[in-house]
Every structure is written in C-alpha cells, then in structure tokens.
Design a protein around this ligand. Structure first.
Ligand code: G3P
Length: 224
C-alpha cells in the first residue's frame, strides 16, 4: 500500500453493504487506475472475498482477533481474512477498541502471516504507545470528530503534527495516517501538509450523494 494513500473505511453503512459495497469498491478501483492515486478499501469481513476477486486495489479487513485456528466461534481468524484476499487489516478502531495486550497480540499475529496493519489511535499519546508495537501504519482519529463535518486537519491540526512527531520518534518507518470528518480536497491537502501520509475516511465518501465525485475531490487533495 503505497503512500500517500486514501483508505476508505466502509464501516457497516447501508450504502456500503452488499451490492452497494461492490459498487463503491469498483468506483475506488476505477479512479485509482485512472489517476494513479493510491486507494484501498476496508470492507466488512463477509465481503472481503467477493470484493477482492473483483478489484485490484488493496482490500483491508476492518478487524481481526488474535486467535489461532480452532474453537473460536464468532471470532475473526487472521488467516481467514488473508485467504479471502485481504492485504491488511484495521485494528483498534475507535468503534472497536482493544486493550493494549490484545492489540499487541493482534499485531504480532498479523505480522506472522504477513498481513499489514493499520492500527488506530485516538491522540498523540495513544499513538506513541502504539508505535512501540511497530504496526505498518498508525491512523490517528480523534473520536469526537468521527462522522462529523469538521475534519481533524481543521479542528485539531496539532493532533496530526504531535502524532507524527511522537510516532516517528519511536519508529520512523511507521506510516502515519489521520482521519475523522474528512470531506474534501482541502481537508486532505492540509492533512498531508501537516505530515500525514494519507487519510482514513468513511462518511465523507460512503454517505455522499455522489460517491464518485466525492472520491475524485479527495484525490485532488492527495495529488495536487
Ligand atoms: O475509519 C475512518 C473513520 O473513523 C472516520 O470516519 O466518517 O469521520 O470519515 P469519518
């Protein structure tokens, strides 16, 4: 997953479930090819296989559990999302927070099977702690701005700058993303100027009246 990158988190909205998810994934795939912008999609577990077979940009799982094959009814086996076609996983999203030990085990498990990890953090302190676990990416998202209309780069630019410094001081190889409230090209441009290497976005794309137009707008902020 090359940077700068836009990762579209489909979450569990109606507009990104079932047929809608496949349509949205295909739009992302098409625009990535047309513009050369790096785009990836984080889809619901049940849809990883179908979507991976239909597009060529990276597909992420939205979560994994640090389990080994066996008796774990209802949990998400990392090997299973990998075999279904996922190249990476989100972990510790604000909507699916983990305790530190579980997060550590999840990242270790993902590394063992070569599944890239996008670990989420709520602020710079959290990001610094998580950096010690050496995930491939850390996405910083202030929880109170998620799903809102004001982007992290406008409302809390210092969170991005502080997080970049904190994460890079622990491991300069970890790529830093940010998200929450990202809606347009200016939000993306500012995030990149503040040191972010991409964005994690959901409602600004998934809930947009014209999803294709919304993605094009974000791409403009990424490559201009
Ligand atoms: O994972 C992305 C996220 O939590 C941000 O959501 O709707 O504010 O773009 P949203």
């Amino acid at each position: 997953m090359k940077t700068p990158i836009i990762i579209v988190n489909f979450k569990t909205y109606n507009e990104s479930t079932g047929e809608n998810s496949l349509n949205l994934a295909k739009i992302c795939d098409k625009l990535s090819k047309q513009t050369q912008a790096s785009i990836a999609v984080a889809v619901q577990t049940a849809e990883i296989n179908k979507i991976s077979e239909s597009i060529s940009i990276p597909v992420l799982s939205q979560h994994i559990d640090p389990i080994t094959p066996g008796r774990n009814t209802g949990f998400i086996l990392p090997e299973s999302v990998k075999q279904a076609g996922a190249k990476a996983t989100i972990i510790n999203h604000s909507e699916h927070r983990l305790d530190f030990e579980t997060l550590k085990q999840s990242i270790e498990k993902a590394k063992q099977i070569n599944l890239k990890v996008v670990a989420c953090a709520k602020d710079a302190d959290d990001a610094k702690k998580i950096a010690s676990l050496n995930p491939d990416f850390i996405a910083v998202e202030p929880p109170e701005l998620i799903g809102g209309d004001i982007s992290v780069s406008t409302a809390k630019p210092e969170v991005i700058e502080d997080s970049v410094k904190a994460i890079k001081s622990v491991n300069p190889d970890i790529k830093v993303l940010c998200g929450a409230g990202v809606k347009n090209s200016d939000d993306v441009r500012k995030a990149i100027e503040l040191g972010s290497q991409g964005i994690l976005v959901a409602s600004g794309i998934v809930k947009a009246e014209n999803q294709e137009q919304a993605i094009k707008d974000l791409i403009n902020g990424l490559i201009s």
